[in-house]
Design a protein around this ligand. Structure first.
Ligand SMILES: C[S@@+](CC[C@H](N)C(=O)[O-])C[C@H]1O[C@@H](n2cnc3c(N)ncnc32)[C@H](O)[C@@H]1O
Length: 243
């Protein structure tokens, strides 16, 4: 499972960031769609409706692939990341934009973000790599900073619940067990995309325990659901803080 330390080393060190995040075109090619259309559809259908008013907050902006679109629509945007180098790249890339607020977190704190001040929380390609305790921490923090009626869109791992119950048994079986576990949970023999052991059901349960409503869970968007996060069997959960 990817730890906070792994996330720090990978995105603050080994990853090349050659296109500031747009290098991740594999989800679009997996569903047979051009990357720019896949991305534009995601922005229009899932980011724009939430980002059109007040303050937005993004967890794990990386080099600002989605931050750019939040900044075009929200009065103020908080970005929260474990890597100072990612925040620095966003500061530099968006130096001429108003309303960017930056927080370097140690894991899941959003400490400087005031209570009930955020209208929209967005995170894509981040929670897929977060362990359950960090996700639970973030959902608690999201519930604190969201204003009543605020919404959130969070992309996370979507392994089937039943397959995760077999994980401890397969782990004990060494390499063959790990391969079997990948097949059961993601229908993949190799390359699990460093997804954490999280199911849609567990994510929804943790969100409800944090006091948030789950308004939807999906794996696709666009006409006929042609754009997907199916490559690694991910899920996108939509949340709302009760008024
Ligand atoms: C795969 S990159 C995705 C970046 C961006 N969201 C995108 O889609 O282009 C993961 C990002 O999440 C950040 N990250 C990882 N763990 C985090 C955590 N616990 N809290 C905040 N950010 C985290 C990384 O530093 C990196 O910026």
């Amino acid at each position: 499972m990817p730890t906070v330390d792994w996330n720090r080393r990978t995105w603050g060190g080994t990853h090349s960031w050659e296109r500031d995040g747009d290098e991740w075109a594999h989800m679009a090619s997996y569903c047979g769609q051009p990357y720019e259309e896949w991305k534009a559809g995601l922005v229009e259908e899932l980011l724009v409706p939430g980002a059109v008013r007040g303050t937005s907050l993004e967890v794990g902006p990386g080099h600002g692939r989605w931050t750019e679109h939040l900044l075009e629509r929200s009065d103020r945007v908080w970005i929260v990341d474990v890597n100072e180098s990612c925040l620095e790249r966003c500061r530099e890339r968006f130096a001429d934009r108003h309303g960017l607020n930056v927080h370097h977190t140690t894991g899941y704190s959003m400490e400087p973000v005031p209570d009930a001040s955020v209208a929209f929380v967005w995170s894509f390609d981040v929670f897929v790599h977060l362990e359950p305790d960090v996700i639970v921490g973030y959902l608690g923090e999201a519930a604190r900073v969201m204003e009543p009626g605020a919404t959130a869109v969070i992309h996370h791992a979507g392994k089937p619940d039943w397959s995760l119950r077999l994980a401890p048994v397969n782990r004990r079986a060494g390499r063959p067990g790990r391969i079997a576990q990948r097949w059961l949970s993601q229908r993949r023999w190799r390359d699990d995309g460093n997804r954490s052991d999280v199911s849609p059901e567990a994510f929804a349960r943790w969100a409800r325990e944090a006091g948030l409503e789950v308004t939807g869970q999906r794996t696709s968007w666009g006409p006929d659901g042609r754009y997907t996060v199916d490559k690694y069997r991910d899920c996108v959960t939509e949340l709302r803080k009760p008024s």
